[in-house]
Structures are given as C-alpha cells and as structure tokens.
Design a protein around this ligand. Structure first.
Ligand code: PMP
Length: 423
C-alpha cells in the first residue's frame, strides 16, 4: 500500500465516528501547500471545500478503469460505469433520506438546480399577477432565476426581510403569503451571515397555505444533517464541491408528484424513451431531467465525499466547527474596530466581518500575503450587503472539518497585524 493509499483510508472502522482533526487533515493533500512561503490556512470552505484523497483517487480510477458512457452500452465497461453512476444516486438518496432514487436528479450544482426548478416548475405555475417569495439573504443563484421568471411572467417577487442581527423577520410571513403565491424558495444556511434559518417552521407555514417550498442547501449539507422527509420540502438542491466532492456535480431533490408534472428542462438524448418524426416520448424520472451525457466521473467521485461525511458524523462535524466559530467570534470581537456581520444565535461555520476605516479587499490581500485564504466582497449576496446593511462587502472566514484552533489563532493575529497596517 502506498503512502497515498494509506491516507485515503486512514479513517478505518476502528475509529469510526471519532474526530481527530490532524487525522482528517492528513486526508486532504492540498493542506500541505505553502502560499507566499507560509503554510496555507484555508478559510474559504463556504466557496468550495478541499478534496480528500478518496475523491481524487476515485476520479483517477474512473478515468483509468471505468470510463465509458452510461445507460447505453451492453458491454461490461458500460455496465460497470452505469452501476457506479447509479450507486452514487442511491448513496445520495440515503444521505438526505429521500424516499426514491427517481427523486434524485444530477445537476451541475446549486445554481443549476434552482434554474431547473424556476424554468420548469416556475414556468408552469407562475402567471401574470402571481407572486414568488424569497428572502433578502439569498445567494444570487436563488434570487436572479426567480427575479427573471417573475419579470418574464409579469409576476411579483417578494422578499422576507432580514434584521440587524442577521435573522429572517418572520412575523409578516403569514400576511405576505396570499392566494396568488405560487412558490417560496429560501436558503437554509446563509453563505454571508452564517444564519441557520428555521426552514422546517417556514415550510409548515407555507404548506398550510398550499405553497410549495424549495430549499437552497448549498451551505447546510456540509454542516447539518438533511432529512427531506422530515423537512417535507418540495425541492432541495446542493453542490458536491461544497461538501468535499468534485466541482460540476450537484443534486436536485424533488417530490415525485412535482417532478412528474414538470416539463423537461433540456431536450436531447437520454431524456427520451423514444423519438418519432412526429415527436418524442419522454423518459421516466429521474432521466427526464438528465439530457445528454451526464457528468459521470464527478458523480462517481462524489460518493467517497459523502462517505467521509457519514464516517465522521454530523455531530462531530458540528461540535468541531461550532467550537472554531465561537472561539473565532469571541477573539474577533475583542479586536478594536472590527464588526462581525451576522450575529444570529443560530449560526454555522461562517464569520463575516468589516474593519472600520479599511476596505475588505485590502484586508483580504494582506491576509493572502500571510498565507490565509479568505473571501472578500459581496459573496454573491449584493442586495443583502449593499441594500440591507449598507456595506461595500465583508471579509469572510468560513470553516470546514479540517480547520484547527491554531489556524483561528493565526487568523486573529494576522487580522490584528493587517488592521494596524491599514488603519
Ligand atoms: N447558494 C448558496 C447559499 C451558496 O453559498 C452558493 C455558492 N456560493 C450557491 C448557492 C451556488 O452554488 P454553485 O456555485 O455551486 O452553483
């Protein structure tokens, strides 16, 4: 067994559900990098997470040993590729506790998932004079598709407000929903504020008025257990790359009754059962929504990412990340002139802050010189930061399973140094 293979399998059965951050760091080769001669301190997992060896090797293995097209070939290789592709679908079904694999659709990522639903379900149910409800804290991916749909249909888009602390103001929700409301779509965990929204309660309120709900779970799946049956959401979407998997693969979950009534998103091979010159007959679920050759390699390599999360366990993940977040918050609050944006009592793994008298971009640039990767800017939530908080952006540090208290200490130290240079 090579060293690399050992690192791929270091979390064996004997230490299942234990949490040793150094052992976990060992699984991620990129964490050994140096940037500007400093050890890389990667604090941008909300943008994308790093990949464990098991995912990287699965990609290699796929192209070395399995590559062929799925669902078409009668030869062995094609059957094996199809089996591996469908195994991940079953893995995802279990992971989010969906009832059927026909409800699990491969998409490119969260953006693609929202666009699919807005362009098919939205297109069918929203008409002139109707309205769609989202929140002020949506990522552009769960805002622009609904804005464009409403514009096209001459419908209204309404926003659930966000308060100073970073929580949704839900008092007015019952009144906001009326008989012309066709859809409510909202983020589970805000990528900018870190707020964990009470989606179960919101889904209940919407359903009591007959309104279907879509959940953007891009930032929750890496940190929180998702159970679509318990939530009773109608659609839910997330990206593989934010949960230690490859880029270019994501999941759209939809209740079968809605997926059945929706028209296909794209047309071509794979999504048809037969085609005549007079027209096509569409394939069954989930293939009706998977036109063309899918992203087979990344779907196959997504499975070990899910297995890693399952192996560590959400309780360990939450305990570890919450301790990083509370320590970081406490230390950051002690620095003069630093203000944390997003102070909900219910937060996950994201700390956004601004520096009095300095632009977030300048802070980000200085931190990069010190080896720290943080995000600066609007984080694809421009209306939230500009129009609700009146800010030109924030610096955002976000945590994953591989971050350490030492890294947080280093961040705090570097923020202090950078602030002294800037202010
Ligand atoms: N929603 C949220 C809350 C996000 O954080 C992101 C990614 N930053 C997206 C949607 C879009 O995800 P993707 O770019 O993977 O499609």
């Amino acid at each position: 067994m090579s060293t690399d293979d050992k690192r791929e399998t270091i979390l064996d059965e004997s230490n299942k559900n234990s949490f040793d951050v150094n052992e976990i760091r060992n699984l991620f080769p990129i964490l050994d990098l140096h940037v500007h001669d400093k050890p890389l301190v990667y604090l941008d997992s909300a943008a994308t997470t790093q990949k464990p060896f098991s995912v990287i090797r699965a990609l290699e293995r796929y192209y070395e040993q399995l590559n062929s097209n799925v669902h078409r070939a009668i030869y062995t290789l094609g059957e094996e590729a199809t089996a591996a592709f469908e195994e991940t679908r079953e893995k995802v079904r279990q992971f989010i506790n969906a009832e059927k694999t026909s409800e699990i659709i491969y998409v490119k990522g969260t953006t693609d998932g929202v666009n699919l639903v807005a362009s098919t379900f939205g297109e069918s149910v929203v008409n002139s004079g109707d309205n769609v409800i989202i929140t002020q804290m949506e990522h552009h991916s769960n805002m622009v598709p609904w804005q464009m749909l409403c514009k096209r249909k001459n419908a209204e888009i309404k926003y659930i407000p966000v308060d100073e602390k970073g929580d949704l103001v839900l008092d007015g929700l019952e009144d906001m929903i009326n008989e012309r409301t066709r859809m409510l779509s909202l983020v589970h965990v805000s990528n900018t504020l870190g707020t964990i929204n009470p989606i179960k309660k919101i889904i209940e309120i919407a359903h009591s008025r007959g309104v279907p709900v879509m959940i953007d779970a891009a930032q929750s799946v890496p940190h929180l257990k998702i159970d679509v049956v318990d939530l009773d959401c109608d659609f839910l979407t997330f990206s593989g790359h934010k949960v230690y998997g490859p880029t270019g693969i994501g999941i759209l979950y939809g209740k079968e009754k809605f997926l059945e009534m929706m028209p296909p998103y794209q047309f071509g091979g794979e999504m048809i059962i037969e085609v005549k010159f007079s027209g096509p007959k569409f394939n069954e679920l989930p293939y009706k929504f998977e036109a063309g050759t899918p992203n087979i390699a990344d779907a196959v390599a997504f499975k070990p990412a899910i297995e890693l999360v399952e192996q560590i366990g959400y309780k360990n993940i939450a305990d570890h990340e919450n301790s990083l977040l509370s320590f970081a918050t406490e230390m950051m609050e002690g620095i003069d002139g630093i203000r944390i944006i997003g102070n909900s009592d219910n937060k996950a793994a994201v700390m956004s802050f601004v520096i009095e008298g300095a632009h977030p971009y300048d802070m980000g640039t200085l931190l990069d010189q010190m080896g720290i990767a943080v995000r600066t800017g609007f984080h694809c939530t421009q209306p939230l930061l500009e129009e609700v908080y009146g800010l030109p952006g924030t610096v955002r540090a976000s945590f994953g399973i591989y971050n350490t208290i030492d890294e947080v200490n280093y961040l705090i130290d570097c923020v202090k140094r950078a602030r002294n240079m800037l202010v």
